[in-house]
Design a protein around this ligand. Structure first.
Ligand code: BES
Ligand code: MN
Ligand code: ZN
Length: 490
């Protein structure tokens, strides 16, 4: 999409739709007042007559009856003026852009979002528009009835850098969404590696892919075991971004990418399997983030490590009772083949630690228990380093990604004791998200580490603001923002 800046007033813009934010006090801002005047005061009364109250999520499309060049005006609610946040702006512009598209608009002229947040507001509005308009049409036989917004111009804004940053971030999130939405039949580990490799090639990043033979030789016995039941062999994908100038540190971003999770021999019931093509969302978030990082160029060396496998039941699948040797050397007794995510992550974390990562963040659709604990709209966050935990929470707030800090209680570790090996992969059901995190901690190699269980927010069944149905791209925004904030850019 072409997003630009323009001088002049909203009223004189030659566009299919004008976009304007209004809060619950129903006070129009300067741009709104100018538009109202051009319409002889009809904007304010029209909003009142359709009962528009400026609440969050509310959006209203009004015709302009030929009084101005633009055919329609889309007004988007911002809620209480005193509680507007950057994420509310992101959401409001996402909702508005979708309303404009629904009305058939191909070109949009938008008022500047609230000036209180400076360039962060512009960037958020751009992200909201790009992500709100996201559509996955690759599998539709006919999309000719759908119009697309081709251009947006912001009035009275000259911050082209903020616009570019918003577009880069949105590209990363959209990449993650595309990967999550791709069916398991098409996006198996080799293909996921191919997509990562293509992206790296395009953006000038290093990319190394380890296939099953290479993983066996390396000693990554956990990834190999999980992938053994499938004809589609596992892959470990290693992306590296190196800054041109000074590097302030080495980050490790690690993602679970089970391209389809049947549960393995411990087969999932139908309902639990329905959406399991999304079980690679952690890996997708890392790939999306690496893409945005390569474009936004933060001063960090970043290793993106994605453990990809398909968890299938077959004559060659791993079984309950099997003992495998992880890359770290620790042995794991399998108690449930459906607890496969923590296994592939164990090897990926060890691999990342060996790259010299100074801190590691992993993302994984790891447990149904996380969804039970914090609901669909939030991730469970665990961490061994309070500073890193706080940094991730702060980055998440800026990006509007809800997460909740959970405990790593040592007392629960006993539930993972094995009679035969160093640890079992699955304990009791109770406290499941915590026990999964405790398992992963064993493979964090004393490096500051944060684990995000994104089983809930990686997938959505609702459309709201810039958050659309199906794959959400959750996590990408937080990862990129974290590196930016650490570098002191905000
Ligand atoms: N991929 C699932 C977790 C999941 C559940 C993701 C719902 C998204 C939505 C994971 O591999 C899994 O099967 N976890 C088990 C762990 C159990 C066997 C200890 C679970 O949550 O039931
Ligand atoms: Mn599973
Ligand atoms: Zn899984």
């Amino acid at each position: 999409m072409n997003i630009t800046t323009t001088a002049g007033t909203l009223a004189e813009q030659q566009a299919d739709a004008l976009l304007l934010g209004v809060s619950t006090d129903n006070q129009l801002d300067d741009a709104g007042n100018q538009l109202d005047q051009a319409l002889d005061g009809q904007l304010g009364s029209a909003l009142a007559s359709v009962g528009f109250s400026g609440k969050r999520g509310e959006v209203c499309t009004l015709p302009s009856f030929g009084r101005i060049p633009a055919a329609r005006i889309v007004v988007t609610g911002l809620g209480e003026p005193s509680s507007v946040t950057v994420d509310i702006i992101r959401s409001a512009w996402g909702e508005a852009a979708r309303a404009a598209r629904k009305a058939g608009a191909r070109t949009i002229a938008s008022a500047a979002p609230s000036s209180a947040f400076g360039s962060a507001a512009i960037r958020a509005a751009v992200e909201g528009i790009e992500l709100g308009l996201y559509r996955h049409t690759a599998y539709r036989s006919d999309a000719s009835d759908q119009t697309d917004v081709e251009s947006v111009s912001f009035i009275g804004v000259d911050d082209t850098e903020a616009i570019a940053a918003g577009q880069k971030l949105a590209r990363g999130v959209s990449m993650a969404r595309n990967l999550v939405n791709a069916p398991g039949m098409d996006l198996y580990p080799e293909r996921l590696a191919g997509r990562a490799w293509e992206m790296a090639d395009e953006l000038g990043m290093e990319c190394t892919v380890y296939d099953r033979a290479a993983l066996e030789e390396m000693g990554a016995g956990a990834i190999v075991a999980v992938g053994r039941g499938s004809q589609r062999e596992p892959r470990l994908i290693h992306l590296v971004y190196r800054p041109e100038g000074e590097s302030l540190g080495v980050a490790g971003l690690v993602g679970k990418a089970i391209t389809f999770d049947t549960g393995g021999v411990n087969l999932k019931p139908a309902d639990g399997m329905r959406n399991m093509k999304m079980d690679m969302a952690g890996g997708a978030a890392v790939i999306g983030a690496m893409g945005a990082i390569a474009e936004m160029k933060p001063p960090y060396t970043v290793h993106g490590v994605i453990a990809a496998a398909e968890n299938m039941p077959s004559h060659s699948a791993y079984r309950p009772g099997d003992v495998l040797r992880t890359l770290s050397g620790k042995t794991v007794e399998i108690t449930n083949t459906d607890a496969e995510g923590r296994l592939v992550l164990a090897d990926a974390l060890t691999f990342t630690a060996r790259q010299g990562a100074e801190f590691m963040i992993d993302l994984a659709t790891l447990t149904g228990a996380s969804v039970v604990a914090v609901g669909n709209g939030a991730a469970s966050l665990f961490g061994t380093d309070e500073g890193l935990v706080q940094d991730v929470l702060q980055a998440a707030e800026f990006g509007g990604e809800r997460m909740w800090h959970m405990p790593l209680w040592d007392a629960y570790r006993a539930d993972l004791n094995s009679d035969i090996a160093d640890i079992v992969n699955s304990g009791n059901r109770d406290g499941g998200a915590i026990k999964a995190a405790l398992f992963l901690r064993e493979f964090s190699h004393d490096i500051p580490w944060v684990h995000l269980d994104i089983a809930g927010p990686a997938w959505s069944t609702r459309e709201e603001g810039y958050r659309i149905k199906c794959g959400t791209g959750y996590g990408t925004h937080t990862l990129v923002t974290l590196l930016e904030q650490r570098a002191g850019r905000h």
